[in-house]
Design a protein around this ligand. Structure first.
Ligand SMILES: [Zn+2]
Length: 278
């Protein structure tokens, strides 16, 4: 999977604009569907490099979506990571020192298929400004996973999605990960929108879960900053390996074929309630 593949698949799915650039300078595409009014849905995928199946799934769901309700999607928030995990180091033009540093971070191996971080070993899903650095699995040195970065939102990918969320007037944000067939909701003592999360879990046939030990995640940031609903969806069965087999994509699409409609209904209700109380 190359950056050009990511961009051309996005362009086939809908109107595309770019929310910023990755560390390596890859454009991060946003697919926009439906009308331009506020109160829509934002779906984000491939926060973790090896979970690039979520980018393929979201792009396909957006390609099929033809409704009027506003839906934005960033299928590959970590495009460099997706390229690294699928193509390895040779897909990048790197200085020798950069190449050696990335090899060192990967324990000397040229197999990056299990890599989760961005191109300098920061795990984007612990890099957000939400009780940053207090997560149970946080790591303080760069590596394939769990490194929180030198400070909150230190990474261009994190800053790009924060800027989009902060100006986008979304009613619902959903972050896609793989795997385990689970829906996560709430953050710390903010435990609103359980019923909405349960509805998503029921539609997908997934388990509803809380993440009391997580911090610095995209969902965490969104819940903490806005009080509006944000969920994490872990697609696919845990019995499959990382990266999730591409042959299973049709099954994931089938499981998700009505989910955007559910997200839209939740967004509409949440936005209406919010208008009535402000
Ligand atoms: Zn993940």
């Amino acid at each position: 999977m190359l950056i050009s593949d990511i961009i051309s698949s996005a362009e086939k799915a809908g109107r595309v604009r770019y929310i910023g650039k990755s560390l390596y300078g890859s454009p991060i595409p946003l697919i926009r569907k439906g009308s331009a009014r506020p109160g829509g849905v934002l779906i984000v995928g491939t926060v973790h490099a090896r979970e690039h199946i979520t980018g393929m799934l979201i792009t396909e769901l957006m390609r099929r979506y033809s409704g009027d309700a506003p839906v934005d999607a960033v299928p590959y928030l970590n495009p460099d990571g997706a390229v690294l995990a699928t193509e390895g180091l040779t897909a990048f033009t790197l200085k020798n020192a950069e190449r050696l540093a990335l090899l060192r971070l990967n324990g000397g191996s040229t197999d990056y298929s299990q890599w989760k971080a961005n191109l300098r070993g920061v795990d984007l899903n612990v890099n957000f400004d939400a009780e940053w650095g207090t997560g149970a699995e946080n790591v303080r040195v760069p590596g394939p996973a769990n490194y929180i970065g030198p400070y909150p939102e230190s990474e261009p990918e994190t800053r790009a999605i924060c800027a989009l969320m902060d100006r986008g007037a979304y009613a619902l944000v959903v972050a896609y990960h793989s795997k385990g067939e689970e829906v996560y909701w709430g953050f710390r003592n903010i435990r609103t929108y359980r019923a909405e999360a349960e509805r998503v879990a029921k539609e997908l046939g997934y388990a509803l879960k809380e993440t009391p030990r997580s911090a610095g995640g995209l969902k965490d940031y969104r819940v903490l900053k806005t009080g509006l609903p944000a969920f994490t969806v872990e697609v696919g069965k845990s019995s499959f390996p990382h990266p999730y087999p591409v042959e299973e994509l049709p099954n994931l699409v089938r499981t998700h074929e009505n989910i955007i409609g559910v997200y839209n209904e939740i967004a509409e209700k949440v936005w209406k309630e919010r208008r009535n109380t402000t």
